[in-house]
Design a binder for this molecule. Sequence first.
Ligand code: SF4
Ligand code: SF4
Length: 91
Amino acid sequence: MTQTDLTEVTCSTCQASCCRLEVFLLTETGVPEHFIATDEWGGRTMLRLDDGWCAALNRNNMDCMIYQKRPLVCREFTTGSYECLIERTRP
Ligand code: SF4
Ligand code: SF4
């Protein structure tokens, strides 16, 4: 067993990698309008800033500033899932 195997996957050892993904707003959860980007076809996603992270991410502590109102996609993204492990490998 390697050291990697012994390391538990938690968000506290991650730089919010999944918060750089495109997050579509599929349901109404109360996300404030200034954190939302709307494309020319009316599709709504979480706004991302020039650094690539979601606008609702607190850059100081890498916590979600709208946790109670976060989109469905964010609620369903599971720590330790295949998608999570893929994102954690990105630089
Ligand atoms: S869910 Fe996974 S990718 Fe997202 S912050 Fe937590 S450990 Fe990182
Ligand atoms: S809404 Fe919160 S959990 Fe979802 S991508 Fe933005 S910062 Fe991350």
